[in-house]
Design a protein around this ligand. Structure first.
Ligand code: ATP
Ligand code: MG
Length: 266
């Protein structure tokens, strides 16, 4: 069950003895919302893979199934049919409880609208995933502080979302996504609501996390934002219509190599 799907580098040559792993592998994934006449086929037999340490952008028109895919990848939803292997484990038919566990362990989520708890401070928002996990308070505070410092918000710990700018709110959301030390960050239009300076800040943080070995899948409508990824997957009407490698994709090995140097946040 825990057997990892091994993937050898292009041409069957391993990079410096390293074997690349598909941290995400979906096969013939379909998602149908509703039934009968009102049924919407949001994903139609989608198959693709993401290597460990890769940074992939997902683009496509509104309604093409991007968020549906992200929700399944993040174990927030299950497919109607098809298979999803997350880090080698088939999660497509897991119960909600099992999915929640694996989600907490492996995935950090960043949303366009930040999804912060409005009554709580930045620190408390970042603590939240650790409260679910049962981490003791002192340890929680230490990790949350460190995560906020790592996104440049060490001086905004006690500010509430309404007292922060959009870019700062998104940085809080990134800090929150990091505290359980995820292998993957899923970002659904993380810069969609931001001005260009904040957009740059967020992309710089995401690039930095990717360089430390965290795999990133990011939905965006913006070509310039997408160009920060290694590869762009284009969706249309619930299907992948094209995949492009970006300039950054050429140096993809760097991210995989630095996985071992990754300094844990804890
Ligand atoms: N909970 C739901 N119930 C019914 N239909 C849904 C549901 N969620 C999404 N859909 C439909 O599934 C299709 C794909 O939606 P999805 O949110 O994945 O698109 P998207 O590519 O993320 O679009 P956008 O760029 O606007 O965010 C759409 O036609 C949408 O109306
Ligand atoms: Mg969407």
């Amino acid at each position: 069950m825990l057997l990892k799907e091994k993937k050898i580098n292009k041409g069957g040559v391993q990079d410096g003895g390293e074997i690349k792993l598909s941290i995400i592998k979906v096969s013939n994934l379909s998602k149908i919302y509703g039934e009968g006449e009102v049924a919407v086929k949001a994903l139609k037999e989608v198959s693709f893979e993401v290597d460990e340490g890769e940074f992939v952008a997902v683009m496509g028109p509104s309604g093409s199934g991007k968020s549906t895919l992200m929700n399944i990848l993040g174990c927030l939803d299950t497919p109607t049919s098809g298979e999803y292997y997350l880090d080698g484990v088939n999660v497509s038919s897991m119960s909600e409880k099992e999915l929640a566990k694996i989600r907490n362990l492996k995935v950090g989520f960043i949303f366009q609208t930040f999804n912060l708890l409005p009554r709580f401070s930045a620190l408390r928002n970042v603590e939240q995933p650790m409260i679910y996990k049962g981490v003791p308070r002192q340890k929680r505070l230490k990790i949350a502080r460190k995560a906020l410092e790592s996104v440049g918000l060490g001086d905004r710990l006690h500010h509430k979302p309404s007292e922060l700018s959009g870019g700062q709110c998104q940085r809080v959301a990134i800090a929150r996504s990091l505290v359980n030390d995820p292998q993957i960050i899923l970002a659904d239009e993380p810069t969609g609501n931001l001005d260009s300076k904040s957009e740059e800040d967020i992309l710089e943080i995401l690039n930095g996390l990717n360089e430390k070995g965290i795999t990133i899948v990011m939905v965006t409508h913006d070509r310039v934002v997408a160009s920060h990824a290694h590869r762009i997957v284009h969706f249309k009407d619930g299907e992948i219509i094209r995949e492009d490698k970006t300039q950054n994709g050429i140096n993809r090995e760097t991210a995989t190599r630095s996985w071992r140097d990754r300094d844990e946040i804890t």
